[in-house]
Design a protein around this ligand. Structure first.
Ligand code: KG4
Ligand code: ZN
Length: 344
């Protein structure tokens, strides 16, 4: 089966062709980072407008790269939730229109389920076993930070989540405070490589508690207090140390809960996914932990960590193979559906 997939839930327009079971034939994305950067965050109207400009040329680029004709496509998959409603609308309307015009089945995909399966896309740097046995996933992005137990496809158990900001949001806010552009996670990561992680003390909320939830807003306020007491010159002078200390606090918080969840469930396959899983310090420390306890840790290649349509294609195939179908009544939703995830 070949699926044509669309992702427009935030500011990246992405289209992909994925062949079952998990092979990416083509993935083409148009980043809007430069358009949103002057505003320090995503402007929904700008995102929607640019999705409409990019989406069909990306479909054509994918078809020609993979040398696939419309006749060979068996399914259309599209992110229909959660996300910015106007942005999602562009992908959903495009997928519905093509499904109608080409007379192909259609399936709406939860964006977070896409992230959960990104580590299982076939890739040059190796992927998780497919189909995966039971696994534990830490999904960390600009809008979400959560821990899931996936027993089988369609059994997504939410073990814990952020009670306030997402990890990526925390990185982006710190980046802004120290004068980096948007999105700032990658800049904080790079600056931290030459910084001292013990230079400043930042809080690690919930770290001693049994619950598997995260909180990053106290960390953000603590950084804000520190930075507002410094002169702009001192902030620049200490930027690498601030970034390294802040990053260490985020990584400590994420890993403490991941380790606790692994211990509690005994699951041997663990994946990191979402834009923040590109963080080099997190990858390094997670890998060290996994080796020390003998857990199989899978992190997707960077191109599949951030938002992309290949992960939506793989999730779409799995939805379809599990009997899910959508029709022309498919609508974008800002949040997940109640049955998408089970709260543990
Ligand atoms: O998954 P994603 O592309 O989009 C959402 O669904 O949100 O994640 C984007 C987030 C941004 O907050 C970005 O700053 C963060 O991932 N990010 C990073 C790194 N690369 C991207 N955060 C920390 N370190 C990185 N290397
Ligand atoms: Zn995402």
């Amino acid at each position: 089966m070949i699926v044509l997939a669309f992702e427009t839930s935030c500011d990246d327009t992405s289209v992909a062709l994925v062949q079952s079971p998990n092979k990416v034939l083509a993935v083409r994305s148009a980043s809007q980072d430069q358009l949103h950067e002057p505003f320090g965050g995503v402007v929904p109207e700008i995102a929607s407008r640019n999705h409409t400009l990019s989406i069909l040329p990306l479909v054509e680029a994918c078809l020609s790269e993979a040398n696939i004709s419309v006749d060979q496509i068996d399914l259309l998959a599209v992110t229909s939730r959660p996300g910015l409603i106007g942005a999602l609308m562009v992908g959903v309307v495009t997928a519905k229109t093509l499904a109608l015009a080409w007379n192909k089945p259609l399936v709406g995909v939860n964006h977070l389920v896409g992230h959960l399966y990104a580590p299982f896309l076939q890739s040059e740097s190796g992927q998780g076993p497919f189909p995966p046995p039971e696994f534990l996933a830490l999904t960390i992005s600009g809008g979400h930070s959560a821990l899931y137990r996936v027993a089988k496809f369609d059994h997504f158990e939410l073990l814990g989540e952020t009670v306030d900001d997402a990890a990526g949001e925390a990185f982006d806010k710190l980046a802004k405070m120290v004068g980096f552009g948007y999105p700032g996670g990658i800049h904080v990561d790079r600056a931290a490589q030459t910084g001292n992680a013990e230079a400043f003390k930042f809080p690690r909320p919930f770290i001693l508690e049994e619950r598997l939830d995260f909180s990053f807003s106290g960390l953000k306020s603590s950084a804000h207090r520190l930075i507002s007491q410094m002169s702009p010159e001192d902030v620049l002078k200490n930027r690498a140390d601030i970034c390294a200390s802040f990053q260490e606090a985020v990584v400590d918080s994420l890993l403490a809960k991941l380790q606790a969840a692994q211990k509690k469930t005994g699951i041997q396959l663990v994946v990191l996914t979402g834009g923040v899983s590109a963080n080099s310090r997190l990858r390094q420390r997670a890998q060290e932990w996994a080796q020390s306890v003998g857990v199989n840790l899978i992190t997707p290649p960077l191109k599949y960590c951030t938002d992309n349509a290949a992960m939506i294609g793989l999730a779409g195939l799995l939805y379809f193979q599990n009997g899910r179908r959508d029709d022309q009544s498919l609508s974008p939703l800002p949040g997940s559906l109640p049955h998408d995830f089970i709260r543990a």
